[in-house]
Design a protein around this ligand. Structure first.
Ligand SMILES: C[S@@+](CC[C@H](N)C(=O)[O-])C[C@H]1O[C@@H](n2cnc3c(N)ncnc32)[C@H](O)[C@@H]1O
Length: 343
């Protein structure tokens, strides 16, 4: 485990016919779509103007990818591999997201998390996955004792370095949430910014079980993701959809989104233009409707599953975001099924 003492809007430009400027969730301002990863392979050749195609999660034109074609897919057939995750969350991800998510935005998110998870200073919070630590640091600033977990070492290192620079006490470790275990008894676990559902269904279910095991009795889990019903409605109105992420100097990042209905996944083909080099790859995310969240969370031992829209308000199909809130039982027994709150 790495430990340290110590503590980021927008794009413009070139838009294919239906492109929209992304808001800070990667959501089109006049509509929506999920947000996501990006990345530059350290080994990427830097030839100016070069185009690389790095493979894809479930993309139809990715013969070199280890991923399966979408044509006869089920959710697991389109699951992202470890190599896909590495590609999606390398230095390009941090490069663009640090601009898309500025300090004021991150503060606002931390405030929202504190509200929906009912956090008070001194509580122990698991930020999983933590990425480069933007949420961890803001929660630590609010007096919370934060531990971050992410499978990408460079992101964890960035989080700890930022915490050091800011004089904030944050701990973090490189770990895979599919196998992560902790007996810490955290008061809350935060899975923010569409971080759930890259892998197979069993991967995702394992993560829920592991988070449940890391929480104290009565501990809260909050998951922030796109609203599947809103996504389906948008896709019905227009597909594909495009997001142009905030520019970083002359660097650009563009996502082209479709929904793979058979695989029940959002599929994104991402193009990154950085330092004159063009790189294409894909990522995908499982779409779970509220009833599936309820079931998966109950199966993992959570109770009292609730849903909110963006900013913690009421939830319905018109909301772009969906915040899922659940808690572990007050006693350490497995959850029993409930009907309208009655056991
Ligand atoms: C979209 S980012 C969000 C990061 C952070 N929650 C935030 O709000 O900035 C998703 C993160 O999930 C991490 N991740 C994906 N699969 C993971 C896994 N199985 N275990 C741990 N981290 C994972 C990636 O490395 C990436 O940092």
């Amino acid at each position: 485990m790495l430990r340290t003492r110590a503590g980021n809007p927008h794009s413009s430009t070139l838009a294919p016919s239906s492109a929209a400027v992304a808001d800070r969730h990667g959501v089109q301002r006049d509509g929506d779509v999920a947000e996501k990863p990006g990345g530059r392979s350290p080994s990427a050749a830097g030839a100016r103007g070069a185009r690389r195609t790095d493979g894809a999660a479930c993309a139809p034109d990715t013969a070199e990818s280890g991923m399966h074609s979408a044509s006869n897919s089920r959710p697991d057939a389109c699951a992202m591999s470890d190599a896909d995750l590495d590609m999606a969350f390398d230095s390009d991800y941090e490069h663009f997201m640090r601009v898309a998510h500025d300090d004021a935005f991150n503060r606002n998110e931390a405030q929202l998390i504190a509200e929906v998870a009912e956090l008070t200073p001194g509580m122990r919070v698991l930020d999983a996955p933590c990425g480069y630590g933007r949420i961890s640091l803001e929660l630590a600033r609010r007096g919370l004792r934060v531990h971050g977990v992410d499978r990408r070492p460079p992101l964890v290192e960035s989080a700890l370095a930022d915490a050091d620079r800011a004089g904030l006490s944050v701990s973090a470790e490189v770990a895979d949430l599919r196998s992560f275990r902790s007996a810490e008894g955290f008061d809350a676990a935060v899975m923010w910014f569409t971080s759930f559902g890259y892998g197979s269904d069993e991967d995702s279910r394992a993560m829920l079980r592991n988070l449940r095991g890391a929480l104290r009795p009565g501990g809260r889990l909050v998951i922030d993701t796109f609203n599947p019903m809103y996504q389906y409605a948008r896709a019905h109105a227009q597909s594909p959809q495009f997001i142009v992420w905030p520019r970083v100097g002359s660097d650009l990042m563009l996502d082209r989104f479709t929904i793979e209905h058979d695989a029940e996944r959002v599929l994104a083909q991402r193009t990154v233009v950085r330092d004159g080099e063009v790189r294409d790859f894909s990522w995908s995310l499982r779409i779970l409707v509220p009833g599936e969240y309820r079931q998966w969370l109950a199966d993992a031992g959570f109770v009292d599953v609730d849903f909110r829209g963006e900013q913690g308000g009421s939830f319905d199909w018109t909301k772009r975001r969906m915040i899922v809130i659940a808690r572990t039982p007050e006693t350490d027994e497995r959850a029993t099924p409930t009907l309208c709150g009655l056991r």
